[in-house]
Design a protein around this ligand. Sequence first.
Ligand code: NAD
Ligand code: MG
Length: 397
Amino acid sequence: MNAGVQRLAILGSTGSVGTSTLDVVARHPERFQVVGLSAFQRTDELVAQCERFRPRVAVVPDEPRAAAVRAALAARGLATEVAVGAQALSELASAADVDSVMAAIVGAAGLSPCMAAARAGKRLLLANKEALVVGGGLFMRAVQEGGATLLPIDSEHSAIFQCLPEDRGAWASRIDHIVLTASGGPFRQRDPDTLHGITPEQAVAHPNWVMGRKISVDSATMMNKALEVIEARWLFDLPPDRIRVVIHPQSIIHSMVVCRDGSVLAQLGTPDMKVPIAFGLSFPERIESGAPRLDFTQLGALSFEPPDSRRFPGLQLAWDTLAGPAGSTAVLNAANEVAVAAFLAGTIGFTAIHTLNARTLDRVTPALAEDHGLDDLIALDTRARAVATELMKDLAR
Ligand code: NAD
Ligand code: MG
């Protein structure tokens, strides 16, 4: 890394994590230089970000948006170059003038640029959990072989990372298991028999966190926690039976490590993504995040409860797919992306999300070769999406 200034690419800069990242960066102009930004839809926001942070390049998905962004940049006298398409994201993620990549795209669309950053040996700040759920062992090998530094941004995984001993080799022998906390989302106490009537607006109204729509729905089904169990399996190289989940409605304890001797280490803080983002940006140092501080005198009680499998049937799919053939987690992720998009579009009901995920897993059994590559995973993702889309017809409202 450049001594002093960290040169950053933020993939998905217009999203919830992307804008929180820019909030943190803006507090430390002497530490960070924004080299690249990317947006999928909200190009007005992207132009405003370019005006403020003056990146070398901004990436958009297609030519019509590129033309609109180029015109808006020219009108403001900005020199930011506009690049187009998925390949441009991978080029930005591996560019020579980039030290660190914040992966804040939602979904498997973020896998290829993450792999590019990993292979190029970047410091990779991973919010995009779907990329690791799909990429699995291939992703982790790319990190190792490329000499990249992988830092978790997901709050639970940041918490675990902060509680683990610095010596990675000591993890397996010192740790008994980890406990990921889950808020339980907006339907934690809802009668499971009434879940089918839930609307997209109810599902995205998360009690503790402000997030993008896809992860908000995932939190309501607890598929988010299923994806996080899979994410933890790879990040911390833990067997799935050493990863547990507990509901903690206040979202103050972000996760816990239970040591061999029974000692439990936890990381606490207000539920604000700027904390794990600032940690990832500055690790091993600590910088001001701008998040409100935890006030223990106002906190009241912290409570815990086991997840109810009738209310949250999707959670178990994490362990089921991790026990299945390699690629099963990619199939689950693909089905879930299709299902959540259909739910948000009003095509299927809330409980049909789980039904579609389970049926797609029944239908698609991956048969990846031991030495499979990124293209094989992308082909599997495409096939699982096609099957899920087909199966969805039976579930349409
Ligand atoms: P979001 O929907 O708010 O933002 C997503 C970003 O990705 C936007 O900039 C969008 O333009 C871009 N994008 C969307 N689809 C794309 C595509 N196909 N190709 C390229 N770019 C695309 O999402 P978010 O809530 O910021 O979440 C981003 C990622 O971080 C997700 O994987 C999510 O699970 C993870 N995460 C989010 C939070 C949170 O608090 N929001 C917490 C932990 C983890
Ligand atoms: Mg999380």
